[in-house]
Design a protein around this ligand. Structure first.
Ligand code: CA
Length: 736
């Protein structure tokens, strides 16, 4: 690096220049050079990180600039200084600028990647360890995720006052913990006037537990304080971590002109009063669990927002006005009072709910509130309104809809046949946020690839072919017998496609055929798999997820697959997902399973009851299971928080026989804490019952249109005493 010399000579010169000299640019090539200048910075100075990878570095950037002469820490060339490994950045002082850094290929060793303070002050009047009037701009944090998905950290913790966070790019936070948090835990961080604008909040994959929020402002503890934070012109794309995209937990914030694109969850006014939500666009495109705005507390204004194609329900609906708890403790639900919901446009929003959460505890209905001059259009002609309690405290007037709103609301609505609402220009375009020099997310099919290899029968020919692919691709297996003497360790997407059931046969000589590692996705298609050559060992499985935690969510599909003879030992599942691993989708279709000493789907490793689970969507269609001692599936989502949409289970057109045998203990299907379940059009013969264990969150489980020849078909148990069950069963027919 040529700059070493220039840096040293720069330092040399600096020691001879008088204190009131012009601002200096320090070019630094490594961390010790950074540390050498970090304590010397004067107003107007810049520290420029040279191109290259900065590994295992913990920057402390503590300095005092002035309004006209801030002090800058920047990449010499934007995007070319890569911070990786176990690294972070702490800021303190005033009038600082951080610009152009990229954090990737690593994670923070502390609880935060970028913190606007170096330490919590011991004395509230001392703010020397906090950053104020500081700007974070054009910084990228991309998948800088702790390898253990349930280790908690933040990417950006904002303390202090008058800080500006703009034009940054944050995507693929995969571990637990809010992406960006505005913290109010000392006096000097309240009434902060921070501005968070023009940032790209890229995909935040489903976490599978609480702690997947993208932005949180405040906490319940300080929620009656004003934060005065502005969040404007940000673009939230596929922020799917959990039920809250933004968790607003403080007062007098402004959330305006943001775009929420196909993001699951809602902007939630969880705590704090007097917030303004204005001019935002929520574009759901009908994607599952896309939501809008959830209103709680006093003096909230929701106006001029455009909400479209939102499929969310319950607390995740398009517009949800909640009931409160009378004299609520600070961490529960304060009554909605003096809310103004005005001039919003809602198009094809599936649920608009008033009095949401109404129950014995949450009995305080909204008061002194107005819902006026809103336009609601649903192409279906169906009303999206749900009244879960009295709406006497809400004045409805001047609203328009293209459908009948029902008697209780009709006074406040004009029904306009043929009413339409044009989609307005988005308040901010994706191209206007983040940085131009770092690519934003583009949707793609995980299995799409041009790489395809034909494989001939034999021992380990499949393993050799995967080695040859050297990445994602497809292996096409001819008719014949294939044996794997080693487990296939998969860390890329892969399709293994045979010539058909009964034509392409796979056996394996280890405890598993495939282990799914971080980065994997697997589709097995048109194959027969037998366990006859597996070892007589414990805990075998055809497919297992890694024994280590995995940050990357995977996809697993079995299409037209026959699995048999997993009875070489006493403990042999077809699919077993292990602790700390998470599938976005598990799909089994047109497949058959017989003589299994375990479960077809064993997804119950998260038994700690912390609200974690193994898969978001579990679907089994048009398949047969016989003589599986562990039944078709065991799905476990423990805990009592209401932070996740899943797991979802759908069983359709499946025959389950002697799985496990009717006189055995256990269940043919165990759904513990499953949030959405539908078991339909299936047949259960001589098998143990379906067991549904309700925990929390108002799960919706239906068992409809099935046939069975043993009793009972199902048992429903409530794990939380007194919880209302939303279980239903309809048109199930018993025949001997
Ligand atoms: Ca949460």
């Amino acid at each position: 690096m040529n700059n070493k010399i220039s840096t040293l000579s720069g330092l040399f010169l600096m020691s001879f220049v008088p204190a009131l000299c012009a601002a200096k640019d320090y070019s630094v090539a490594n961390f010790s050079e950074y540390q050498a200048v970090a304590g010397e910075l004067e107003p107007g100075d810049s520290v420029l990180l040279e191109d290259g990878v900065w590994r295992d570095v913990e920057f402390v950037f503590s300095a005092k600039g002035t309004k006209d002469e801030p002090i800058t820490l920047a990449a010499a060339n934007p995007g070319k200084a890569i911070i990786s490994g176990r690294s972070n950045l702490k800021l303190a002082g005033e009038h600082l600028v951080v610009r152009g850094l990229v954090f990737k290929d690593g994670y923070t060793p502390s609880d935060t990647v970028i913190s606007f303070r170096t330490a919590k002050p011991e004395d509230e009047s001392d703010y020397s360890t906090i950053a104020v009037n500081t700007r974070l701009t054009e910084v990228v944090i991309d998948d800088f995720s702790n390898p253990d998905r349930y280790e908690t950290d933040y990417w950006v913790s904002v303390y202090g006052k008058n800080n500006r966070i703009d034009h940054n790019h944050f995507s693929f936070k995969r571990n637990k913990g809010v992406t960006m948090a505005v913290r109010l835990d000392t006096e000097h961080s309240r009434e902060n006037n921070h501005v968070i604008e023009y940032n790209y909040f890229g995909p935040r994959p489903v976490l599978g537990s609480n702690g997947g929020e993208t932005l949180r402002i405040g906490t319940s503890h300080y929620s009656l304080s004003d934060s005065l934070t502005t969040v404007a012109h940000n673009y939230f794309e596929h922020c799917d971590g959990e039920v809250e995209i933004i968790s607003n937990k403080s007062g007098s914030n402004v959330l305006k002109n943001n775009v929420f694109f196909e993001s699951r969850g809602t902007l939630t006014l969880r705590h704090g009063n007097g917030n303004l939500v204005e001019g935002n666009a929520f574009i759901g495109n009908g994607v599952d669990h896309t939501g809008g705005i959830r209103v709680i507390n006093a003096d909230q204004t929701i106006r001029n927002n455009y909400l479209s194609g939102l499929a969310g329900s319950r607390f995740g609906g398009g517009l949800v006005v909640m009931n409160g708890v009378p004299n609520s403790p600070i961490n529960r639900y304060h009554q909605v009072d003096n809310a103004l919901i005005e001039n919003n446009t809602l198009v094809n929003v599936e649920r608009i709910i008033f009095g949401a959460g109404s129950d014995e505890e949450r009995s305080a209905t909204p008061s002194n509130s107005r819902f006026i001059n809103n336009t609601v259009v649903n192409d279906s002609g169906e009303s999206p309104f749900e009244l879960h309690d009295s709406v006497k405290g809400i004045d409805f007037s001047g609203n328009k809809a293209n459908f009948s709103v029902g008697d209780e609301l009709s006074g406040g609505f004009e029904k306009v046949n043929g009413l339409t609402a044009d989609a307005p220009a988005l308040p901010v375009q994706k191209s206007e946020v983040g940085v131009s020099w770092y690519p934003k997310y583009e949707k793609s099919d995980r299995f799409s690839t041009d790489a395809s290899i034909s494989v001939e029968p034999g021992t380990d020919t499949l393993l050799d072919a995967y080695g040859e692919l050297n990445g994602a691709g497809e292996l096409v297996l001819a008719e014949g017998d294939y044996h794997l003497s080693k487990t296939l360790l998969l860390d890329t997407p892969l399709v293994i496609r045979g010539a058909g059931k009964g034509k392409t046969h796979l056996t394996f000589g280890r405890k598993s055929l495939v282990d799914l590692l971080n980065g994997s996705a697997l589709r097995l298609q048109d194959l027969s798999i037998s366990g006859v050559r597996a070892p007589d060992d414990k805990a075998n499985a055809v497919i297992r997820s890694d024994s280590q935690p995995m940050t990357k969510n995977f996809v697993l599909e079995l299409l037209g697959v026959e699995v048999k003879d997993l009875d070489i030992n006493k403990d042999f599942d077809v699919i077993k997902l292990r602790k700390g691993t998470f599938a976005d989708n598990v799909l089994v279709q047109d497949s058959s399973f017989s003589n299994i000493k375990g479960s077809v789907l064993k997804l119950d490793s998260e038994k700690d009851d912390y609200g974690m689970y193994n898969a978001e969507y579990i679907t089994v269609k048009n398949s047969q299971v016989s003589n599986a001692t562990g039944g078709l599936m065991t799905v476990y989502r423990g805990g009592t928080d209401e932070s996740t949409f899943g797991p979802h289970v759908h069983v359709d057109g499946v025959t389950v026989s002697a799985s496990p045998a009717a006189d055995a203990s256990g269940s043919s299907i165990l759904l513990h804490g499953v949030q959405r379940g539908l078991i339909e059009n299936s047949r259960f013969d001589n098998s143990a019952p379906i067991v549904v264990q309700h925990t929390v969150g108002g799960p919706v489980i239906r068992i409809d249109d099935n046939r069975y020849n043993h009793k009972p078909l199902y048992n429903v148990e409530s794990v939380v005493p007194g919880m209302e069950s939303t279980f239903s069963a309809d048109n199930n027919n018993f025949s001997e």
